[in-house]
Design a protein around this ligand. Sequence first.
Ligand SMILES: Nc1ncnc2c1ncn2[C@@H]1O[C@H](COP(=O)(O)OP(=O)(O)O)[C@@H](O)[C@H]1O
Ligand SMILES: [Mg+2]
Length: 264
Amino acid sequence: MLPGDPGVHELLTRGRIEVEGRLVDASNATLFCAITLDGVSAQCVYKPVSGERPLWDFPDGTLAGREVAAHLISAAAGFDVVPTTVLRPGPFGSGMVQLWVDTREDDELVDIVAEADVPQGWRAVLRAHDRYGDPAVLVHADHPRMRMMAAFDVVANNADRKGGHVLHAPDGRVFGVDHGICLHAEDKLRTVLWGWSREELPPEAVEALERLRVELTGELGETLHDHLTRAEVRALAERTDKLLASGRYPEPSSEWPAIPWPAF
Ligand SMILES: Nc1ncnc2c1ncn2[C@@H]1O[C@H](COP(=O)(O)OP(=O)(O)O)[C@@H](O)[C@H]1O
Ligand SMILES: [Mg+2]
């Protein structure tokens, strides 16, 4: 099943979850599962709230709730960069359940390469040196779906857009995962996707931002209050207004680390 397929939401909400393994590089309890409803199966990620490590800088709500909020925002505004994500009971209690997105083998959209090997058309984000002292560059592709993701990250205030959180699906779509530390009221944008800094937003991103602004005054705004504080929902609207007013991708701040570390 792919994000957007009819029945995905129903399957994730009502399906029977069977835990198959734990994602090893994950910092919280992140479980890989099969989910089945009426003979239809898919793979998913299940992150129980009970497995969350408390974070001093995100004291309100739950990480699972923030992941669901990120999906709701992406879907309602039409960014379409977060796989379907729901909050529901599971084998270890309430948690977030997200559709698994298959990825292309050896087809990363974010990479670290030697200066001479920057792929044509890619954007360089950071120059450093590898462990042998040779110049290395953090680069990312220039893909229209990634431009949408970068605009989404600004308003979602994503504090953790690592390279490994950008997934390239076999059908060419690009999805982001791990939105547990998003949507704080204070600016915390930390991302590897700085390649369009100061450039104009593409028209489809502007359209999504305008739609988000409208949706926030309606049902989306109401639903987000289940997962976020009043101040956080207000700050989301303010970030959206600010990005629409500037019409350009922002520059990294000098006040906090702008690139997540490790970057993958
Ligand atoms: N919905 C998904 N589809 C495909 N791969 C995923 C999905 N969610 C997570 N992953 C993979 O699992 C890794 C760990 O998941 P992540 O959400 O980053 O957990 P944690 O919050 O513990 O860091 C991700 O870096 C990504 O490679
Ligand atoms: Mg992660």
